[in-house]
Design a protein around this ligand. Structure first.
Ligand SMILES: Nc1ncnc2c1ncn2[C@@H]1O[C@H](COP(=O)(O)OP(=O)(O)OP(=O)(O)O)[C@@H](O)[C@H]1O
Ligand SMILES: [Mg+2]
Length: 246
């Protein structure tokens, strides 16, 4: 369980000091798939960085499985961060490394006794035939699949996704959403997804928090669309709908 208790963070902007995050209380359950939505600048990424301790709130606490992460020893914190996977909007792949080398990167930094075998993770994200390709030879969706494999290979207990589909087109977004859903079903982990795309939250999350100007407006239970009501449309179909109907 991840608990944010009255967390606040101020930054200095062009017009002086402002609240990037203001007195946010949030509880995310173990193995939940939780969304954080809000417009640009709402404080979503800051909130996510609180969870992996890349950012420290000025006030308030982040408590994970009963432990205050700001009271952890250096070693405890390292262990904690080692168990968190991250997925980014711009994929953050190393251009001079192949798909396989990119996916293997976290294993070069730490020992992960329960890591997923390379063949298995490549098959899971559908990139078996691309293992020796370089990022520049891949589409955006394929690059994000590499990012997802790199995050999953360590078997993290928490997966943080910051706008994982915001650089992708509609169809590819649907594919990546499906993959994230499968990942959540296959691997036990708590998933937090930050995005401004409501359809992504609708398709994936059980609950979502709405942020506005750093303040938590609401936490809502998401009603998921039934699959047959939301068929995956071809690009051709979508184009016809948008361009030829009034
Ligand atoms: N290190 C920093 N120094 C100063 N201001 C910052 C810093 N990090 C974030 N901010 C500001 O804090 C506010 C919240 O930023 P944050 O990145 O959390 O928003 P966001 O909801 O993720 O936005 P986006 O959807 O554009 O990614 C923004 O106004 C941003 O400019
Ligand atoms: Mg952001």
């Amino acid at each position: 369980m991840i608990e944010l208790k009255q967390v606040s963070k101020q930054y200095t902007g062009q017009n002086g000091i402002f609240n990037a995050v203001h007195q946010v209380d949030l509880t995310i359950q173990q193995n939940e798939i939780f969304g954080v939505i809000g417009e640009s600048g709402a404080g979503k990424s800051t909130l996510l960085r609180f969870i992996n301790a890349l950012e420290t709130p000025d006030v308030g606490h982040v408590i994970v499985n009963g432990m205050n992460i700001h009271e952890m020893s250096k070693q405890q914190l390292r262990l904690y961060q080692k168990n968190i996977g991250m997925i980014f909007q711009q994929f953050n792949l190393l251009s001079n490394k192949t798909v396989e080398e990119n996916i293997r990167l976290p294993l070069e930094l730490h020992a992960y006794p329960e890591s997923i075998p390379m063949d298995q993770i490549l098959a899971f994200v559908g990139l078996t035939d691309k293992r020796n390709h370089y990022p520049a030879q891949l589409s955006g969706g394929q690059q994000q699949r590499v990012g997802i494999a790199r995050a999953l290979i360590t078997r993290p207990s928490i997966l943080l996704c910051d706008e994982p589909t915001s650089a992708l087109d509609h169809r590819t977004t649907q594919d990546i959403v499906k993959l994230l859903k499968q990942a959540h079903e296959k691997f036990e982990m708590t998933v937090v997804i930050v995005t401004h795309e409501l359809e992504v939250i609708k398709a994936l999350c059980e609950r979502a928090a709405i942020l506005e100007n750093g303040t938590l407006l609401d936490t809502i239970a998401v009603k998921q669309t039934k699959r047959n009501e939301d068929p995956i449309k071809s690009y051709h179909q979508q184009a016809l709908e948008v361009l030829t109907y009034e």
